[in-house]
Design a protein around this ligand. Structure first.
Ligand code: C2E
Ligand code: MG
Ligand code: MG
Length: 737
C-alpha cells in the first residue's frame, strides 16, 4: 500500500499535477516567453527564406502571364506571410512582456501587432473568396477545420495581445493568464502551419509512378514534425497538458493523413510516428522537471535574500527595495502612506521564561497576526522583535488596535506591550531614513506603559538629527578624541581620603558642544554601538594611567562602566585584558561596574563573562543597586566586591525618615554577604556623616567632586584638595563602627 502510494506520488509529480508556488509558475511562464522569442526569431528567418525561394521559383517566372498578381502572390506565399506576421507579433509581445516598464511606444507597438491579426484574417477571408482556397485540392473536412482553426487562433491571439496591452497599461502589471493565451495561440498557429504544410507535402505528388514520390514521402511530414518539436521543446506546459496536447495533435494529423485517399500511409510509418510521439513526450517531461528544479533552487536563493531568516516576512532591505522601486515608477506612491516601526516591548521575557523555541513561535504567530491586521501591506522584520509595516494612513489606528488586542490576548499576565512609532514619508525621502524616524518615534514611548502609538512630527526633526548624528559620528568622535572620560572622585567613608575615581564618558563635539551620557549612551545602546564607546573609554583610562605612572604621578583605581549590551557585542574580559597588557597596568587598578538591571536578566553569556572577570582577579562593582526590581536576587547570584547604592536613596534624605533605615539595612546586609559598599550622589555633609556612622565604606558625590577632566582631577590631587589615601588598594577600616 505504502509502495503504491509512493508510485502514485511519483507519477503525480512527474506529470506535473502538483500545484507549483507562484514563483515557480512565474519562472516557467517567463521561460516560455523567452522561448517564444527564439522560436519567433527562427521562424521569421526561415519564412523569409521560404518567401525568397518561392518568389524566385514560382512567382517571378509566372508573373507575366498571371491573371491577377494578388492571386498569384497569395497562392504561393500567403501562409508564409501569415506565419511571419504572427511571429513578429509574438516577438514584439514577448520582448515587451519581459521589460520591467511599459513605455507609451511599447503600448502602441503592442496594440498594432495585436490588431494586425484581425487585418490578416480579413485578408485570408478575401483570399478564400477571391483566390483559390488552399485546401481546394482535397475536400477533406479535417483540412478545412484546420483553416478555420487558423482563423480562430489568430483572432484569439490578436485579441489576447491587445487585451494584455490594455491591462498592463491600466494596472501596470503583467497578466500571466493573457500571456499564456498568447503563447498557446501562437503554438497552435505553428502546429496548424506544420499540419498544413506537412499535409500538402504528403498530398503531392499523388502517383507512386512519379519519380519524386519516394523523395517527397520522406519529407512529407517533416514540416509538421519540426513544428511539433518547436512547440513541445521550447514551450513547456505541465507534462500532462503537453501529453494531452501532443497526442491529440498527433492523432489529428494521423487521421488527416489516413483520410487522404491518394496515398498510402504505411504501418511502419505509423510505428515510427508513435515512437516519435513517445520520445517527444519524454523530452517535454524531462525539460519540465528540469525547469521546475531550477525554479525551486532560484526561489530558495531569492527567498533567502529577500525574506527574514526566521519568519515568513520580508527582510527590511527587500522592503526598502520594493518601496523605492514603486516610488520610482509612481511619483505619488508615498502619498497617504505611513511607516510603522513595531517593537514588542519586553519580548525577552518570553525567551527567558519559556525558552527560545517558544520565543521564535511567538514571533511567527505575531507576524501572522500582523499580516492579518494589515492585509496587502508590506511587512518586514528588522531584527529581534522589531517589525516594519508600510501601510495607508487611513484606518491605521484601527489596525494597530487589532494587533494590540491580539498581543494582549496571548501574553497573559506577562509585562509585555506593543509599542508602535509612525512616520509619514516625504516623497523624496529615502526609505531607511523614514524607518529610522518611525523607530525614533517608537523609542519615545519606550517607558510609557499606557501609550501604544506615537507618530513622528516635524518638530522632532532637530532631536532626530542629533540622534542620527551620534550614531553616524561615533567612530570619528573616538578617533579624533572628542570622546573622553571625566573622573569623579571616590573617597573612603571614614576619613574622606581619595581611594579611586569613576570614569564617566563625555563627548565634546565640535558641532553639538558638550554631550553628557544621557544624550548618547541610550542612543548607542539602542544602535548596538555602545561597545565601541566603552572600548574607547578602557583605552583612554589605561593609556592615561600609564602616562601618569611614567611621569611619577600618583594614580588611583578607576572604575569603568559597562552596559548589558557590551557583553553581547564584545568579549569584555578580552578587551580589558588587552589594554592592561598593552599599558602594563595592574588589574587591581581597574574596577568593572555593571548595573543591577543588566544582571537581573541572568543572561548566560553575561553571567559567564562576569564570572570569568571575577575569577581572573578583577573587582566587580554592582552599580545603581536598589534602582531596579530584583536587587536581592542579584546579590544572591553574584559575589560583588562593592555594592554601589543608588543615589535615589539619598534624594529625600532629610524629609523621608525611612531613608536612613533602608540605607542602614542595605549596608548591614552587604556586610553580612562580605561585600563592600559605596553610596552614590552624596551632596551634603549631613549625608556623608550619616553614611560614615552606619559604616558605608566608600562615598561618591558632588560633595567630594563632580566628574571632571583628567587634568583637573590631577590638579586637585597636586593641590591636595583631594588627598590620596594610604590604603588605596585595601578597604580603609580604621574608623569603622
Ligand atoms: P552611574 O554609573 O550611576 O554614574 C553616576 C552618575 O551620577 C554620573 O552621571 C554622575 O555625574 C552622577 N552623579 C555623581 N554624583 C552625583 C551627585 O552628587 N548628585 C547628582 N545629582 N548626580 C551625581 P553621568 O556621568 O551623567 O552618567 C550617567 C550614567 O551614564 C552613569 O550612571 C552610567 O550608567 C552611564 N555611563 C556614564 N559613562 C559611561 C560609560 O563610559 N559607559 C557606559 N556604558 N555607561 C556610562
Ligand atoms: Mg557607574
Ligand atoms: Mg550609578
Amino acid at each position: 500500500m505504502e509502495a503504491l502510494k509512493k508510485v502514485g506520488n511519483f507519477l503525480l509529480n512527474l506529470l506535473g499535477f502538483r500545484v507549483n508556488s507562484r514563483y515557480v509558475k512565474k519562472y516557467l511562464n517567463d521561460a516560455n516567453i523567452r522561448s517564444s522569442i527564439y522560436m519567433a526569431s527562427i521562424v521569421i528567418i526561415l519564412e523569409v527564406w521560404m518567401i525568397i525561394r518561392q518568389t524566385i521559383k514560382y512567382i517571378a517566372p509566372g508573373w507575366a502571364n498571371a491573371p491577377s498578381g494578388f492571386n498569384l502572390i497569395f497562392s504561393y506565399i500567403s501562409l508564409y506571410l501569415l506565419f511571419i506576421m504572427a511571429s513578429i507579433s509574438m516577438l514584439i509581445f514577448a520582448i515587451n512582456y519581459l521589460k520591467k516598464k511599459q513605455t507609451n511606444k511599447d503600448f502602441i507597438t503592442n496594440l498594432v501587432v495585436g490588431g494586425l491579426s484581425f487585418f490578416w484574417i480579413l485578408l485570408l477571408i478575401l483570399e478564400n473568396h477571391v483566390g483559390t482556397l488552399r485546401f481546394n485540392n482535397s475536400n477533406n473536412v479535417i483540412a478545412s477545420t484546420t483553416t478555420i482553426l487558423v482563423y480562430v487562433s489568430l483572432a484569439i491571439f490578436g485579441a489576447a495581445i491587445c487585451g494584455y496591452t490594455l491591462y498592463r497599461h491600466k494596472f501596470n502589471k503583467n497578466s500571466t493568464v493573457l500571456s499564456i493565451v498568447v503563447i498557446s495561440c501562437f503554438a497552435l498557429i505553428c502546429l496548424l502551419f506544420g499540419i498544413k504544410v506537412g499535409y500538402s507535402d504528403f498530398a503531392h505528388p499523388t502517383s507512386p509512378t512519379d519519380p519524386k514520390y519516394n523523395v517527397d514521402k520522406i519529407k512529407m511530414i517533416t514540416c509538421f514534425l519540426t513544428m511539433i518539436i518547436f512547440v513541445a521543446c521550447l514551450l513547456i506546459w505541465k507534462p500532462y497538458i503537453s501529453i494531452i496536447m501532443l497526442t491529440s495533435i498527433f492523432i489529428f494529423f494521423l487521421e488527416l493523413l489516413k483520410s487522404y485517399e491518394g496515398r498510402e500511409f504505411l504501418d511502419g510509418d505509423q510505428v515510427n510516428y508513435f515512437t516519435f510521439l513517445i520520445s517527444l513526450t519524454m523530452v517535454t517531461v524531462s525539460i519540465y522537471q528540469q525547469r521546475v528544479a531550477e525554479a525551486k533552487k532560484d526561489e530558495k536563493l531569492i527567498h533567502t535574500a529577500q525574506y527574514d531568516g526566521l519568519i515568513d516576512v520580508f527582510n527590511t532591505r527587500h522592503l526598502s527595495e520594493l518601496i523605492e522601486d514603486n516610488s520610482k515608477e509612481n511619483i505619488n506612491y508615498k502619498d497617504n502612506k505611513i511607516f510603522l516601526f513595531i517593537n514588542i516591548f519586553n519580548f525577552k521575557i518570553i525567551n527567558n521564561q519559556r525558552g527560545f523555541d517558544a520565543g521564535d513561535n511567538f514571533l511567527k504567530d505575531f507576524a501572522k497576526a500582523a499580516q492579518k491586521a494589515f492585509p496587502n501591506d508590506l511587512i518586514s522584520r528588522q531584527a529581534d522583535d522589531h517589525f516594519i509595516i508600510y501601510t495607508n494612513v487611513d484606518g491605521v489606528d484601527k489596525k494597530i488596535d487589532e494587533l494590540n488586542n491580539y498581543l494582549k490576548s496571548v501574553v497573559g499576565n506577562l509585562f509585555i506591550s506593543l509599542k508602535v512609532g509612525g512616520y509619514r514619508p516625504r516623497p523624496d525621502e529615502k526609505t531607511n531614513r523614514s524607518i529610522d524616524k518611525a523607530r525614533y518615534a517608537c523609542n519615545k514611548i519606550h517607558n510609557k506603559f499606557e501609550v501604544t502609538y506615537f507618530e513622528y512630527d516635524e518638530k522632532m526633526d532637530k532631536e532626530f538629527e542629533k540622534y542620527q548624528y551620534i550614531i553616524n559620528s561615533l567612530d570619528e568622535a573616538i578617533e579624533k578624541g572628542y570622546v573622553q572620560a571625566f573622573y569623579q572622585p571616590v573617597v573612603w567613608g571614614n576619613d574622606k581620603t581619595l581611594c579611586g575615581a569613576e570614569a564617566l564618558a563625555r563627548w565634546i563635539d565640535p558641532i553639538y558642544g558638550f554631550l553628557s551620557p544621557a544624550d548618547f549612551i541610550p542612543v548607542l545602546e539602542e544602535a548596538r554601538l555602545i561597545h565601541k564607546l566603552d572600548a574607547a573609554i578602557i583605552e583612554y583610562v589605561c593609556k592615561n594611567m600609564r602616562i601618569a605612572i611614567d611621569a611619577n604621578r600618583p594614580v588611583v583605581p578607576i572604575s569603568i562602566n559597562f552596559s548589558r549590551i557590551d557583553f553581547e557585542l564584545m568579549d569584555v574580559k578580552k578587551e580589558v585584558d588587552e589594554r592592561i597588557k598593552k599599558y602594563n597596568i595592574d588589574k587591581q587598578y581597574i574596577h568593572i561596574e555593571i548595573t543591577e538591571s543588566a544582571l537581573s536578566e541572568k543572561m548566560d553569556l553575561l553571567t559567564k563573562q562576569v564570572n570569568a572577570l571575577k575569577n581572573d582577579g578583577y573587582a566587580i562593582w554592582l552599580d545603581d543597586f536598589g534602582s531596579g526590581y530584583s536587587s536581592l536576587n542579584v546579590l544572591k547570584d553574584f559575589d560583588f566586591d562593592v555594592v554601589k547604592i543608588d543615589m535615589e536613596f539619598l534624594k529625600n534624605f532629610d524629609t523621608n525618615s525611612k531613608t536612613k533605615d533602608i540605607l542602614e539595612c542595605i549596608i548591614t546586609l552587604a556586610d553580612r554577604l562580605h561585600m563592600m559598599t559605596l553610596t552614590e550622589g552624596v551632596e551634603t555633609k549631613s549625608q556623608a556623616d550619616f553614611l560614615k556612622e552606619i559604616g558605608c565604606g566608600r562615598l561618591q558625590g558632588y560633595l567630594f567632586g563632580k566628574p571632571m577632566k583628567l587634568e583637573d582631577f590631577e590638579d586637585k590631587i597636586n593641590k591636595k584638595e583631594l588627598v590620596i589615601s594610604n590604603h588605596v588598594l585595601q578597604p580603609n577600616t580604621d574608623n569603622k563602627k
